[in-house]
Design a binder for this molecule. Sequence first.
Ligand code: UDX
Length: 432
Amino acid sequence: MKISIIGSGYVGLVSGACFAELGNQVICVDNDEKKIKSLKKGIIPIFEPGLEELISNNLKNRRLKFTSSIKEAVKASELIFIAVGTPPLKDGDADLTGVENVARMIAQNMDGYRLIVEKSTVPVETCAWIKKTISSYIKKKNKFDVVSNPEFLREGSAINDFMRPDRIVVGVESPKARQLMMQLYRPLNRPILMTNIKSAELIKHASNAFLATKISFINAVARVCDKVGANVKEVAEGMSLDNRIGKYFLHAGIGYGGSCFPKDLEAFITIANKLGYDFKILKAVRDTNEEQKAFVIQKIKDALWIIKDKTIAVLGLSFKPNTDDLRSSPSIDLINYLQQEGAKIRVFDPKAMEKARDVLKDIVFCADPYQAAKGSDCLIMATEWNEFKELDFLKLKKIMQQPLIIDGRNIYDPKIIKKLGFTYIGVGYGKE
Ligand code: UDX
């Protein structure tokens, strides 16, 4: 099929590369000319395992093209995906300027039937607005359909999530659009759920909000565990053996971050509010996530007494492992707070250091975890990269000023770490 993807961010690039890999003819568009120039050479602006290879292979076999011209893309493709950013506005609402702009440009450049597929995470009723916008700006009486096709990929495992999704959701109104979407996704051989458009739009926000709720729930349980000396990992395991609860997203820690959960939750609260519903549960989810960082900071204070002039090593900067994305990263929030309190910070992250140089100032960037830990009063495990799971703790103990580990992601076995002579503080294991 001939496909254009407008917006070459995370979702756009991964979708474009994967559709090309499946044998389609794909044009990826972005208005950032510098980005397009690099992409044409196969240089990608983000770290995502496997993506660079997928893009360069499909550039070579000419199934994938990059351009900054929406006109060229719209003329060449029957299916046009909208995958532009929807950043948060001050009131928490999603900024849909980019989506509206693209809808107008599609309308002005269409020269036959087009299927417009909305993939950006947007509030319910956006597709109706896209439809209205295209109808208002369309030149000739060209026919078109709009469908909602939310994307559920996770950073760090995006290609696998795209190629082997648990489900594909398509909000659709016309038989032709339905048939085209079936044809597009049939090769993946995964469950395809066809719904009405508004339901599909809501499925995305409801899914992300539910996952965030699970995380805040277990983080709240961790707070209670801490007070009574129960072990949150055991509690989570006991809960997860009930199939109705499931084992995923019950990992307590310093809270969720990333480009989706905080933004989507806020947008969902705002849209519900505008529609006349006060989504109290989600407000509590958001507040619990914020409190979680304060709770970890308090643990550091309890252990170090005074933070001013203490040297603190932070392992991990990205909001989760296998990505260099720093957006709403709890690690960055912790560092900012500790710096305000006068701490000296030393950091190491396997992939996110370059991006971190733009957002963190007066900080020592180190070549590995040991260099970061050297002379430090405390080591904070902030992002659970695999390479942090098996550190040489005896070496760490020798080079640290004080043997204190704050395990913000609960990846170490407290008994083992304590046996090695460290003070170990996790999230939800009881007061040390
Ligand atoms: C999320 C959704 O999972 C995905 O379906 C959607 O398309 C985009 O948003 P992503 O932001 O890439 O994906 O990361 P995810 O793996 O969901 O993790 C989000 C945050 O939650 C991370 O900061 C992670 O560390 C945290 N998390 C996750 C926990 O704290 N505990 C858990 O048990 C799981």
